[in-house]
Ligand binder design. Sequence first.
Ligand code: BEZ
Length: 218
Amino acid sequence: MVNLGEIFPTFAADTTIGQIEFHSWLGDSWGILFSHPADYTPVCTTELGMVAKLTDEFKKRDVKLIALSCDDVDSHKGWIEDIKTNSGFSQDWPYPIIADQKRDLAVKFGMLDPDEKDDAGMALTARCVFIIGPDKKLKLSILYPATTGRNFDEILRVIDSLQLTATKRVATPANWTSGNECMVLPNIPDEEARKLFPNFRKQDVPSGKNYMRFTPQP
Ligand code: BEZ
């Protein structure tokens, strides 16, 4: 298991684009590693198609995508044709899929879901999302059960927040989307906040405590 802020360890893997070493493949980009229970399963098929259709949005944000599923490369390659047909995505397949048929990575990164087993009774991977920064540190992890497909608009929203807050001293409130008001970090005194965010505003609260401070997105 990797905790937030720790280096996401590199690994070697067989993928649909050949053998990769994760950190070299990532280079200086942001990365998303998202896992799937198995090939030729319905929810996964919709997810991979959705991600393919959002490729340009991830590219704009300099995010590289890599999927993982507990089957081999040949199986992944056959499955990609189904995913393309199902989603209507007709271009060259835009991101690699890792073959983790022995569950080595699933075990290493704590992805296994004990409730989901293959025909041989072996646990499959859950739906993990790991977002890794250009510094190779884990910035976010989310774990969904196999029966709940992910919302990739939310993953894009999260990327926008992570990339903004990596360089600006703000946090993003509930349901924030890019361009909306942000919050001044609680550890910044008013005087400094005034210099950093000349248009910041305070919202009075019954406690009289001074922590609800909003600023236009810097
Ligand atoms: C699916 O991707 O549809 C799926 C996989 C395993 C269990 C349940 C659903």
